[in-house]
Ligand binder design. Structure first.
Ligand SMILES: Nc1ncnc2c1ncn2[C@@H]1O[C@H](COP(=O)(O)OP(=O)(O)OP(=O)(O)O)[C@@H](O)[C@H]1O
Length: 254
Protein backbone atom coordinates (compact mmCIF):
# COMPACT_ATOMS: atom_id res chain seq x y z
CA UNK A 1 0.00 0.00 0.00
CA UNK A 2 1.44 3.39 -0.97
CA UNK A 3 1.59 5.28 2.31
CA UNK A 4 2.21 9.00 2.41
CA UNK A 5 4.03 10.34 5.43
CA UNK A 6 1.79 12.43 7.64
CA UNK A 7 3.03 14.04 10.79
CA UNK A 8 2.36 11.37 13.42
CA UNK A 9 -0.47 13.29 15.03
CA UNK A 10 -2.55 13.79 11.87
CA UNK A 11 -5.10 11.04 11.32
CA UNK A 12 -7.24 12.63 8.61
CA UNK A 13 -5.94 15.22 6.17
CA UNK A 14 -8.35 16.64 3.61
CA UNK A 15 -7.13 19.26 1.19
CA UNK A 16 -9.05 21.18 -1.45
CA UNK A 17 -11.61 18.40 -1.88
CA UNK A 18 -14.26 18.61 -4.61
CA UNK A 19 -17.25 16.39 -5.29
CA UNK A 20 -20.14 16.98 -7.68
CA UNK A 21 -23.05 14.87 -8.86
CA UNK A 22 -23.79 16.15 -12.37
CA UNK A 23 -24.58 19.84 -11.99
CA UNK A 24 -24.84 19.58 -8.22
CA UNK A 25 -21.54 20.87 -6.81
CA UNK A 26 -21.61 19.52 -3.27
CA UNK A 27 -18.03 19.89 -1.96
CA UNK A 28 -16.17 22.86 -3.43
CA UNK A 29 -12.72 23.00 -1.87
CA UNK A 30 -13.00 21.41 1.57
CA UNK A 31 -10.00 21.50 3.93
CA UNK A 32 -9.93 19.61 7.22
CA UNK A 33 -7.06 18.27 9.31
CA UNK A 34 -7.85 16.07 12.31
CA UNK A 35 -5.33 15.11 14.97
CA UNK A 36 -5.16 11.84 16.86
CA UNK A 37 -7.68 11.76 19.70
CA UNK A 38 -9.70 14.74 18.50
CA UNK A 39 -13.50 14.81 18.31
CA UNK A 40 -14.48 17.02 15.38
CA UNK A 41 -18.13 17.89 14.85
CA UNK A 42 -19.21 18.65 11.30
CA UNK A 43 -22.24 20.92 11.35
CA UNK A 44 -24.25 22.06 8.38
CA UNK A 45 -27.70 22.32 6.90
CA UNK A 46 -29.41 19.32 5.38
CA UNK A 47 -27.98 18.45 1.98
CA UNK A 48 -24.69 20.34 2.39
CA UNK A 49 -22.57 17.23 1.85
CA UNK A 50 -21.73 16.05 5.36
CA UNK A 51 -22.53 12.43 4.55
CA UNK A 52 -20.78 12.69 1.20
CA UNK A 53 -17.66 13.84 3.04
CA UNK A 54 -17.58 10.88 5.43
CA UNK A 55 -18.33 8.48 2.59
CA UNK A 56 -15.25 9.80 0.78
CA UNK A 57 -13.22 9.33 3.98
CA UNK A 58 -14.44 5.73 4.20
CA UNK A 59 -13.75 5.07 0.51
CA UNK A 60 -17.45 4.56 -0.26
CA UNK A 61 -17.37 7.49 -2.70
CA UNK A 62 -14.46 8.96 -4.65
CA UNK A 63 -13.69 12.68 -4.81
CA UNK A 64 -13.42 14.47 -8.18
CA UNK A 65 -10.38 16.43 -7.06
CA UNK A 66 -8.23 17.01 -3.99
CA UNK A 67 -6.58 15.02 -1.21
CA UNK A 68 -8.29 12.67 1.23
CA UNK A 69 -5.56 11.09 3.33
CA UNK A 70 -6.67 8.77 6.14
CA UNK A 71 -4.14 7.09 8.45
CA UNK A 72 -1.39 7.82 5.94
CA UNK A 73 -3.25 6.55 2.86
CA UNK A 74 -4.74 8.52 -0.02
CA UNK A 75 -8.10 6.74 0.03
CA UNK A 76 -8.90 7.20 -3.67
CA UNK A 77 -5.80 5.22 -4.69
CA UNK A 78 -6.51 2.13 -2.56
CA UNK A 79 -7.51 -1.16 -4.13
CA UNK A 80 -10.34 -3.31 -2.71
CA UNK A 81 -8.12 -5.23 -0.26
CA UNK A 82 -6.44 -2.07 0.96
CA UNK A 83 -9.82 -0.40 1.39
CA UNK A 84 -11.03 -3.37 3.38
CA UNK A 85 -8.01 -3.09 5.69
CA UNK A 86 -8.59 0.63 6.12
CA UNK A 87 -12.31 0.18 6.83
CA UNK A 88 -11.47 -2.25 9.62
CA UNK A 89 -9.79 0.69 11.35
CA UNK A 90 -12.88 2.87 10.92
CA UNK A 91 -16.02 2.41 12.97
CA UNK A 92 -19.28 3.62 11.43
CA UNK A 93 -22.25 4.60 13.49
CA UNK A 94 -24.82 5.37 10.82
CA UNK A 95 -28.33 6.65 11.51
CA UNK A 96 -29.95 3.49 10.29
CA UNK A 97 -27.27 0.94 11.21
CA UNK A 98 -29.78 -1.63 12.36
CA UNK A 99 -29.10 -4.56 14.63
CA UNK A 100 -30.15 -8.07 13.60
CA UNK A 101 -33.60 -8.48 15.16
CA UNK A 102 -33.47 -12.24 15.38
CA UNK A 103 -30.13 -12.29 17.22
CA UNK A 104 -29.47 -11.59 20.87
CA UNK A 105 -27.23 -8.69 21.87
CA UNK A 106 -24.40 -11.19 22.42
CA UNK A 107 -24.85 -12.64 18.92
CA UNK A 108 -25.05 -9.17 17.35
CA UNK A 109 -21.70 -8.30 18.92
CA UNK A 110 -20.04 -11.62 18.09
CA UNK A 111 -20.95 -11.26 14.44
CA UNK A 112 -18.33 -8.64 13.36
CA UNK A 113 -15.68 -10.30 15.53
CA UNK A 114 -16.10 -13.75 14.06
CA UNK A 115 -16.31 -12.35 10.54
CA UNK A 116 -13.23 -10.15 10.76
CA UNK A 117 -10.85 -11.61 13.34
CA UNK A 118 -9.43 -15.07 12.69
CA UNK A 119 -8.75 -17.77 15.29
CA UNK A 120 -10.46 -16.32 18.33
CA UNK A 121 -11.28 -18.84 21.03
CA UNK A 122 -14.75 -19.00 22.60
CA UNK A 123 -13.31 -17.51 25.80
CA UNK A 124 -11.71 -14.59 23.91
CA UNK A 125 -14.96 -13.85 22.07
CA UNK A 126 -16.92 -13.88 25.34
CA UNK A 127 -14.37 -11.65 27.01
CA UNK A 128 -14.42 -9.07 24.21
CA UNK A 129 -18.22 -9.02 23.97
CA UNK A 130 -18.55 -8.55 27.72
CA UNK A 131 -15.85 -5.86 27.83
CA UNK A 132 -17.46 -3.73 25.13
CA UNK A 133 -20.96 -4.17 26.57
CA UNK A 134 -19.65 -3.05 29.93
CA UNK A 135 -17.99 -0.05 28.25
CA UNK A 136 -21.37 1.11 26.91
CA UNK A 137 -23.09 0.32 30.22
CA UNK A 138 -25.33 -2.47 28.94
CA UNK A 139 -23.84 -5.74 30.16
CA UNK A 140 -27.22 -6.66 31.63
CA UNK A 141 -28.83 -6.79 28.16
CA UNK A 142 -26.49 -9.50 26.82
CA UNK A 143 -29.19 -12.14 26.37
CA UNK A 144 -31.95 -9.83 25.19
CA UNK A 145 -33.05 -9.26 21.59
CA UNK A 146 -33.18 -5.76 20.06
CA UNK A 147 -36.99 -5.49 20.21
CA UNK A 148 -36.74 -5.66 24.03
CA UNK A 149 -34.45 -2.60 24.16
CA UNK A 150 -35.18 1.14 24.06
CA UNK A 151 -34.07 3.27 21.09
CA UNK A 152 -31.20 4.67 23.14
CA UNK A 153 -30.09 1.19 24.21
CA UNK A 154 -30.17 -0.03 20.60
CA UNK A 155 -28.03 2.96 19.63
CA UNK A 156 -25.51 2.06 22.35
CA UNK A 157 -25.41 -1.57 21.22
CA UNK A 158 -24.86 -0.35 17.65
CA UNK A 159 -21.89 1.69 18.86
CA UNK A 160 -20.61 -1.31 20.86
CA UNK A 161 -20.82 -3.48 17.75
CA UNK A 162 -18.57 -0.98 16.00
CA UNK A 163 -16.17 -0.64 18.94
CA UNK A 164 -15.62 -4.35 19.26
CA UNK A 165 -13.19 -4.19 16.32
CA UNK A 166 -11.22 -1.47 18.18
CA UNK A 167 -11.35 1.17 15.44
CA UNK A 168 -8.85 4.03 15.38
CA UNK A 169 -11.44 6.35 13.85
CA UNK A 170 -15.15 6.64 14.65
CA UNK A 171 -17.59 8.23 12.22
CA UNK A 172 -20.90 9.11 13.85
CA UNK A 173 -23.66 10.16 11.42
CA UNK A 174 -26.43 11.97 13.32
CA UNK A 175 -25.91 10.01 16.55
CA UNK A 176 -28.77 11.70 18.40
CA UNK A 177 -31.36 11.84 15.61
CA UNK A 178 -34.77 10.61 16.67
CA UNK A 179 -33.88 10.26 20.37
CA UNK A 180 -35.51 12.06 23.29
CA UNK A 181 -33.49 14.79 25.06
CA UNK A 182 -32.36 12.64 28.01
CA UNK A 183 -31.25 9.81 25.72
CA UNK A 184 -29.44 12.38 23.55
CA UNK A 185 -27.44 13.46 26.60
CA UNK A 186 -26.57 9.82 27.35
CA UNK A 187 -25.35 9.28 23.79
CA UNK A 188 -23.28 12.48 23.94
CA UNK A 189 -21.68 11.22 27.16
CA UNK A 190 -21.04 7.86 25.53
CA UNK A 191 -19.28 9.51 22.59
CA UNK A 192 -16.97 11.26 25.05
CA UNK A 193 -16.43 8.03 27.02
CA UNK A 194 -15.55 6.16 23.83
CA UNK A 195 -12.87 8.74 23.14
CA UNK A 196 -11.42 8.29 26.64
CA UNK A 197 -11.60 4.49 26.79
CA UNK A 198 -10.74 3.63 23.18
CA UNK A 199 -8.53 6.64 22.28
CA UNK A 200 -10.46 7.08 19.06
CA UNK A 201 -10.36 10.03 16.68
CA UNK A 202 -13.91 10.93 15.74
CA UNK A 203 -16.01 12.83 13.26
CA UNK A 204 -19.50 13.53 14.50
CA UNK A 205 -22.05 14.74 11.97
CA UNK A 206 -25.02 16.41 13.53
CA UNK A 207 -27.58 19.22 13.43
CA UNK A 208 -27.90 18.99 17.20
CA UNK A 209 -26.12 21.94 18.77
CA UNK A 210 -26.16 20.38 22.24
CA UNK A 211 -24.44 17.32 20.83
CA UNK A 212 -21.94 19.58 19.04
CA UNK A 213 -21.15 21.58 22.15
CA UNK A 214 -20.88 18.50 24.39
CA UNK A 215 -18.81 16.25 22.16
CA UNK A 216 -16.80 18.54 19.88
CA UNK A 217 -13.23 19.53 20.68
CA UNK A 218 -13.61 21.42 17.45
CA UNK A 219 -16.59 22.40 15.32
CA UNK A 220 -16.30 22.61 11.55
CA UNK A 221 -19.14 24.49 9.89
CA UNK A 222 -19.87 23.20 6.38
CA UNK A 223 -21.75 25.77 4.34
CA UNK A 224 -22.05 26.16 0.58
CA UNK A 225 -19.47 23.49 -0.13
CA UNK A 226 -16.64 24.67 2.12
CA UNK A 227 -15.79 24.82 5.81
CA UNK A 228 -16.79 28.38 6.44
CA UNK A 229 -15.48 28.38 10.00
CA UNK A 230 -13.67 25.99 12.36
CA UNK A 231 -12.90 26.34 16.05
CA UNK A 232 -14.40 25.73 19.46
CA UNK A 233 -18.18 26.02 19.74
CA UNK A 234 -17.84 29.55 21.11
CA UNK A 235 -15.33 30.58 18.42
CA UNK A 236 -17.59 29.35 15.64
CA UNK A 237 -20.81 30.90 16.89
CA UNK A 238 -19.41 34.16 18.22
CA UNK A 239 -19.71 35.73 14.79
CA UNK A 240 -21.55 38.26 12.69
CA UNK A 241 -21.58 35.91 9.66
CA UNK A 242 -25.28 35.80 8.80
CA UNK A 243 -25.32 32.20 7.53
CA UNK A 244 -23.78 30.89 10.78
CA UNK A 245 -26.06 33.05 12.93
CA UNK A 246 -29.16 31.82 11.13
CA UNK A 247 -28.00 28.19 11.43
CA UNK A 248 -27.60 28.71 15.18
CA UNK A 249 -30.97 30.44 15.60
CA UNK A 250 -32.74 27.79 13.58
CA UNK A 251 -31.17 24.80 15.34
CA UNK A 252 -30.81 25.98 18.91
CA UNK A 253 -33.41 24.22 21.01
CA UNK A 254 -32.10 23.82 24.56
N1 LIG B 1 -24.66 9.03 -4.74
C1 LIG B 1 -25.24 10.22 -4.99
N2 LIG B 1 -25.71 10.53 -6.21
C2 LIG B 1 -26.30 11.71 -6.47
N3 LIG B 1 -26.45 12.69 -5.55
C3 LIG B 1 -26.01 12.44 -4.31
C4 LIG B 1 -25.40 11.20 -3.96
N4 LIG B 1 -25.06 11.25 -2.64
C5 LIG B 1 -25.45 12.46 -2.19
N5 LIG B 1 -26.02 13.19 -3.19
C6 LIG B 1 -26.54 14.56 -3.08
O1 LIG B 1 -25.53 15.35 -2.47
C7 LIG B 1 -26.12 16.31 -1.60
C8 LIG B 1 -25.47 16.18 -0.23
O2 LIG B 1 -25.92 14.98 0.38
P1 LIG B 1 -25.52 14.53 1.85
O3 LIG B 1 -26.22 13.24 2.10
O4 LIG B 1 -24.05 14.54 2.00
O5 LIG B 1 -26.14 15.69 2.72
P2 LIG B 1 -26.05 15.91 4.29
O6 LIG B 1 -25.34 17.21 4.52
O7 LIG B 1 -25.47 14.70 4.94
O8 LIG B 1 -27.59 16.05 4.61
P3 LIG B 1 -28.49 15.51 5.84
O9 LIG B 1 -28.11 16.36 7.01
O10 LIG B 1 -29.87 15.77 5.36
O11 LIG B 1 -28.16 14.05 6.02
C9 LIG B 1 -27.61 16.05 -1.60
O12 LIG B 1 -28.23 16.97 -2.48
C10 LIG B 1 -27.73 14.63 -2.13
O13 LIG B 1 -28.94 14.46 -2.82
Amino acid sequence: MAETRLDTDTVIDIQDLYKSFGDLHVLRGVNLKISRGENVVVLGRSGTGKSVLIKIIAGLLRQDKGVCNVLGNEVSTLNENELRDLRLKIGFSFQNSALYDSMTVRENLEFPLVRNVANLSRAEINEQVEYVLDAVGLLQTINQVPSELSGGQRKRIGIARTLILKPEIMLYDEPTAGLDPITCLEINELINEVKEKYHTTSIIITHDLTCARTTGDRIAMLLDGIFLKQGTFEEVFDTNEERIKSFYDYNFIQ
